[in-house]
Design a protein around this ligand. Structure first.
Ligand SMILES: Cc1cc2nc3c(=O)[nH]c(=O)nc-3n(C[C@H](O)[C@H](O)[C@H](O)COP(=O)(O)OP(=O)(O)OC[C@H]3O[C@@H](n4cnc5c(N)ncnc54)[C@H](O)[C@@H]3O)c2cc1C
Length: 433
């Protein structure tokens, strides 16, 4: 039986729509399936898009795409229960076209990109939750929904972190995602007039501010990072929590977010703003959440479904890798179409592309980051120590300033922190930096 399509793409997020756009432009008959009623409706990001990868397909993407503000300043640091210690990065080039990063709202960006794929000739069908992959002789021959098979020689899995169709298959032999390699993103959007945002964050019209925090204000053991981004006339704010770290603490992610919003470094920025949207979504935890392989007979896996999210508590980047991997998978599928072969060997060109375009190299490079990222001391003890150290050395309270070494020793003892733990954590952090 002849295949109905040259390729099927599951999920019209950034990975899927990029792939579908490239495939359609390359002359392929591509079906793009999205479970949501509209592309983007089911999506959620902080989110700052580092969108340069789009230039390969849309050279002036930043002029056309519905973006919020171009980021001119990035602040990152530690929050203890009531103190903040941060640093700010600014660079003049961030304020000049084509800019380096933009705040985005995914309902708008994803719908726009999916339309681009449609305009290029892709068939977009929404409201279709793909139930499973159609396997035949250990290869994927398409997808199944409501008992009906849609067939293609290659299927691109772009269905995000919670890629159910790949669980308990050769792609992901495990039956469920690991709580230690999956994060939960919770986000709220607050409406605030553009002029007020600009005054509050000292921005000119169009400019945006991004901040990310290692959040040490939660219960002991809970590992979370917070973010706050300015949009045109809204603020995006939220937390990313390692799911496994919540177990046994009695903590709820919602309470944690409420606490974060009340932090003295955050609350004044929300004053007078009105909650207009909230949501939660799973996030892949980088290398630790990758599938068994990125390709196999008749399939490739891209974006969050492949674990391509870089996050370290201070920064989160997944949209850029989703776009790049979607593009590389599409180019591989086009090459296979020309060669007429979609076996594992032909599709291994995808891995080579991921390698040469730095995706795999980036994730391998930061593999050891998990030792720092999943070390609870970086979320509790160190934010407390760092903010106390600054407080005691900076504040002029009429008495002598404490000796630095004596102060460090006292703080260390008060936290019950062994010297060898500090040395080994310091070494891990230095290596990863
Ligand atoms: C709170 C939060 C903040 C974040 N902040 C940032 C940030 O600031 N910068 C950044 O770069 N990244 C950020 N990320 C990560 C970023 O959102 C992801 O890396 C990115 O969305 C991955 O894109 P994707 O296309 O692979 O997957 P997704 O965006 O998840 O898209 C997957 C699509 O597949 C669809 N789908 C799923 N299953 C099926 C099915 N069975 N059938 C049909 N369709 C299906 C979904 O509805 C969805 O549209 C953040 C994530 C969260 C949750």
């Amino acid at each position: 039986m002849a295949d109905e399509f040259d390729a099927i793409v599951v999920g019209a997020g950034l990975a899927g729509s990029t792939a579908a756009l490239r495939l359609a432009r390359g002359g392929a008959n591509v079906l793009l399936l999205e479970r949501g009623p509209e592309p983007g409706v089911k999506n959620l990001s902080g989110g700052v898009l580092w969108g340069q990868d789009l230039a390969a397909l849309l050279p002036e993407w930043w002029k056309e795409m519905p973006l919020e503000r171009h980021i001119v300043r990035k602040r990152f640091g530690f929050l203890s229960a009531d103190r903040a210690l941060s640093t700010v990065f600014e660079e003049p080039a961030w304020d000049r076209p084509p800019y380096v990063a933009h705040s985005v709202l995914r309902a708008r960006t994803d719908a726009w990109l999916a339309r681009k794929a449609e305009e290029a000739g892709a068939t977009l069908v929404t409201g279709v939750p793909v139930e499973r992959l159609a396997w035949e002789d250990a290869r994927v021959r398409g997808v199944v929904q409501s008992g009906e098979t849609m067939s293609a020689p290659v299927t691109l899995l772009c269905d995000g972190a919670n890629s159910r169709v790949s669980l308990a298959t050769p792609i992901r032999p495990e039956a469920r995602l690991s709580a230690d390699a999956t994060e939960l993103g919770i986000k709220e959007v607050y409406s605030l007039p553009a002029a007020e945002i600009e005054e509050r964050f000292q921005l000119a019209p169009g400019q945006g501010h991004a901040e990310e925090w290692v959040y040490g204000g939660g219960p002991p053991g809970v590992m979370a990072g917070g973010f706050l981004y300015t949009n045109q006339d809204t603020l995006s704010l939220g937390l990313i929590v390692q799911i496994g770290s919540l177990f046994g603490t009695g903590a709820h992610s919602h309470d944690l977010l409420e606490r974060f919003k009340l932090h003295p470094a955050i609350a004044p920025r929300l004053e007078g703003a009105t909650l207009v949207e909230y949501g939660a979504k799973l996030i892949s935890s980088g290398w630790a959440s990758r599938p068994a392989t990125f390709h196999g007979p008749g399939w490739m896996v891209c974006g969050d479904a492949a674990g391509f999210v870089f996050s370290n508590g201070l920064v989160i980047q997944g949209m850029n890798y989703a776009i790049r991997s979607g593009l590389l998978a599409a180019e591989t599928a086009l090459e296979c179409r020309t060669g007429g072969r979609y076996d594992a060997r032909a599709l291994s060109a995808y891995d080579r592309r991921l390698e040469s375009m730095g995706v795999l190299a980036d994730f391998r490079e930061f593999e050891g980051l998990d030792r720092v990222k999943w070390n609870p001391r970086f979320y509790s003890v160190y934010p407390r120590l760092a903010t106390q150290l600054f407080h005691q050395r900076l504040v002029a309270d009429g008495g002598p300033k404490p000796n630095l070494l004596a102060l460090l020793a006292r703080l260390r003892r008060s936290e019950g922190l062994p010297i060898r733990a500090i040395l080994s954590d310091g070494l891990d952090a230095a290596q990863e930096l």
